[in-house]
Design a protein around this ligand. Structure first.
Ligand code: ZN
Length: 284
């Protein structure tokens, strides 16, 4: 059975064989108003980030010109998508986060680096996120039980089940030891996923799937449910689910800044459409 038909609930990185369409990723910026009306990336397109604690990004609007990456000297706008570093002009002003575990992102060699949201995670979490381009991979075989793969494959467990042996949080154990230290995400489109997942070095890892979360990603994948998340969304929701399962305190926006660039770009793109159009497809 088609894995994705079974598990409609997780990631843009899905294991199914894609239907006939060769062009499965659609850049919303290239759609006309009528085409936009026909899709519905979210129920709340006006201000979906209103309740989140995301640092003000208005200083990014003041950047008109590209400048050079401090590492490779290539011309970039906000960050370098090959070196995974912010440009010097914004480096001191963007948020940085520390995560409770390490994250590896395996990207498909044909995924366009400049459009991938995986880069956001590497720029915002420089100590904890590493991006690899397949087939370059770390050797997980030495610590297979210490690594989980976020992938909606048959047999994948939810976060609650993954963490169940820990028991409910208590005051005596405010921060239970997580049963993994590294989490792997695959960054590619639907069509590219199978090749990476079939890699033996990946295939043996425990799979975890996310609860239902709707994507706001502007590179909407035609014909795919709204629950196929952009990579930065998948990372964000995984962190929130782990927090909600293990912490004694309610979630208070600790990881919202992961969506710093995502929110900025989302708002930039949506501001280019007329409000009537946005209202119209909010109501669809
Ligand atoms: Zn660079």
């Amino acid at each position: 059975m088609d894995v994705c038909e079974q598990k409609r609930d997780s990631l843009q990185i899905c294991a199914a064989v894609a239907p006939s369409s060769k062009q499965s990723v659609v850049d919303l910026r290239k759609l006309n108003t009528e085409e936009l009306r026909l899709i519905k990336p979210s129920d709340n397109t006006v201000n979906p980030f209103a309740d989140m604690k995301i640092r003000d990004s208005s200083f990014l609007d003041e950047i008109d010109d590209r400048s050079n990456c401090a590492k490779c000297s290539k011309s970039r706008k906000y960050f370098c998508y090959t070196c995974y570093v912010p440009l010097p002009c914004i480096a001191e002003r963007i948020p940085t986060l520390q995560l409770p575990f390490k994250i590896d992102i395996i990207k498909h060699p044909r995924e366009i680096a400049g459009k991938s949201t995986a880069v956001h995670a590497a720029v915002l979490c420089p100590e904890d996120v590493t991006i690899y381009t397949h087939p370059a991979l770390p050797d997980y075989s030495t610590h297979p039980n210490d690594v989980v793969l976020i992938f909606p494959e048959k047999g994948a467990v939810g976060v609650k089940e993954l963490l169940r042996p820990l028991g409910p949080p208590s005051l005596k154990r405010p921060r239970p030891h997580l049963p993994f230290s590294k989490v792997v995400f695959i960054d590619c489109t639907w069509n590219q996923t199978r090749r990476i997942y079939c890699d033996e070095r990946i295939r043996g890892l425990r799979c975890v799937e996310l609860d239902q979360h709707e994507t706001l990603f502007w590179r909407y994948q035609r014909g795919k449910p709204k629950t196929y998340l952009a990579t930065i969304e998948a990372i964000y929701y995984f962190l929130v689910e782990v927090h909600n399962t293990t912490a004694t305190m309610p979630y208070q926006g600790e990881y919202d800044d992961l969506l710093f660039f995502f929110k900025f770009m989302y708002e930039k793109i949506h501001s280019q459409y007329d409000p009537d159009c946005l209202r119209a497809y909010k109501d669809l």
